[in-house]
Ligand binder design. Structure first.
Ligand SMILES: O=C(O)CCC(=O)C(=O)O
Ligand SMILES: [Fe+2]
Length: 277
């Protein structure tokens, strides 16, 4: 059976049908999904009741998996982390961010599976850094290309919220020690497609290094606003057993925090990436 790929908006997003993610996908299916990911940047699959092991196996077809330093994971399948509002404060995902850009090699992508949802609310949005970059004026594109920015783990994982118990505090301290602030290019070139994308995000980016503090602050504010404009983004209304697969190299996302105290449970497998250039 061949894949059906239905684009959902001009900037990014496509729905994929004709594949069962609980089974081992063929090499052809894998390559077709990778091509669709390169083109559409975030893919959505409906009705995929996968268990953590199946989720990890699917994600691992695209690269080695990352074990998150802070979020709890599935004990038998630690490559799958759990975002459960009954257990973890997930408010930090309600800011536009690209996952783990505090790492020297941020994630290539992630596979997110909806396990338990509120009746409504809890949508997730993605925005295309490619569309955002291409829509900038030529002088601004030229100025940004070549600049670098600092990304800091503590911007999205502040001590106040992640150091409540002694155990959490020790984990947070170790993570901070192992992940000092680092620099990435402001404009990233996709390692496979060669397309350029804006690569700053409100979740982790604190400073454009080559500019004065005031210039950096003003320009980051502009870029955060520009990058997440509705025409560069898509909003997904989840159903249980939906799976989203995004290219974390050229997108950012935002999990809307509008449903608590209702419970929402998501599982994520994160694929390791390479150093941005
Ligand atoms: O819960 C969501 O919809 C997305 C959360 C998030 O930011 C992530 O899984 O990386
Ligand atoms: Fe995220």
């Amino acid at each position: 059976m061949s894949l059906t790929i239905t684009p959902l908006s001009p900037a990014l997003g496509a729905q994929i049908s004709g594949v069962d993610l609980s089974r081992d996908i063929s090499a052809e299916q894998r390559d077709a999904i990778e091509q669709a990911l390169l083109q559409h940047q975030v893919l959505f699959f409906r009705d995929q009741p996968i268990n953590p092991e199946q989720q990890a196996r699917f994600a691992a077809r695209f690269g080695d998996l990352h074990i998150h330093p802070i979020y709890p994971n599935v004990p038998e399948t630690p490559q799958v982390l759990i975002l459960d509002t009954a257990v973890t404060d997930v408010r930090d995902n309600a800011v536009w961010h690209t996952d783990v850009t505090f790492l020297p090699t941020p994630a290539l992508g992630a596979v997110l599976s909806a396990k338990q949802l509120p009746a409504y609310g809890g949508d997730t949005l993605w925005a295309s850094g490619i569309a955002a970059f291409e829509a900038l004026s030529a002088p601004l594109r030229e100025m940004l290309d070549g600049l670098t920015a600092t990304h800091d783990f503590t911007k999205s994982f502040p001590l106040e919220r992640f150091g409540t118990t002694a155990e959490d505090l020790a984990r947070w301290e170790a993570t901070r020690r192992n992940n000092p602030p680092l620099s990435h290019p402001v404009v990233r070139t996709h390692p496979v497609s060669g397309r350029k994308a804006l690569f700053v995000n409100e979740g982790f980016t604190t400073r454009i290094n080559e500019l004065s503090e005031l210039e950096s602050e003003a320009l980051l504010k502009l870029l955060f606003t520009h990058a997440t404009r509705p025409e560069f983004s898509i909003r997904w209304r989840w159903q249980e057993n939906d799976v989203a697969f995004w290219d974390n190299r050229v997108t950012q996302h935002f999990a809307v925090d509008d449903y608590r105290p209702n419970r929402r449970v998501m599982h994520r497998a994160t694929i390791l990436g390479d150093a941005p250039f």
